[in-house]
Ligand binder design. Sequence first.
Ligand SMILES: [Zn+2]
Length: 255
Amino acid sequence: MEDDSDECSPKVHGGSSNVVEENRSFWENQLQLLQTNVYKISTVELSLRNATKEAIEEIDRSECSCSRHIKGSARACRNCFMRQVSRWLQNSGFNSAICNTKWTSSHNLPSGEHTFLDVIHSTSKEKSDVRIMIELNFRSQFEMGKASEDYNNLVKKLPEVYVGKVERLSNIIKIMCMAAKRCLKENKMHMGPWRKHKYMLAKWLGPCKRNTSTNSISMVYSQTITPKQKVKASMLTVDLLDKIPNMHCTAVEVV
Ligand SMILES: [Zn+2]
């Protein structure tokens, strides 16, 4: 049985003030690290963040147009939401795509798949392309039903929509996974495998397929990749391999 208490605040036995202080400093440290990674962003991240915000405001006025026929705004349908944001960004001049990661189960890691957006930004100044990730439902992925106030304070700092570089996402994931582990441990609760660092890494930073088509899913493999895009795709592979060992990213091939 799980502990039924609503809080997972530290349970201090024996009233040791060292434990209390250690806990305090852990949570303060996590909060500070998180704020650094959430708020200090580059110009390109800021302009993409603004474009994504505009896209969402526009999409809130449109409806689901896929085979799922979900009632209400297109935002209620993750398929339509992602496709429409990607299309808007492409029309604004960004090299945006829908990314799909898929992984098999291995040692404590259940299998799964995840879909999100990214933008490959090329500049003359930087040697390699910069990959910016866009997760439209970011905050909710870290929410926990019986979390402590300390943990919830961190969740509140997360943006609902994440737009930022891979490195920053990787840092945030690490901070949040450490915090979740701590919170659950303090309350002697089991940590679901989907909350673990390994799972989060597979979800966003594992091998992925990039689909630049914003049409229906059946169009995915029928798009034409221009030679220029092929060069970019291969540069992305090299870039990611350098930064993330044992992982690779492949572009969608023409079938
Ligand atoms: Zn839809």
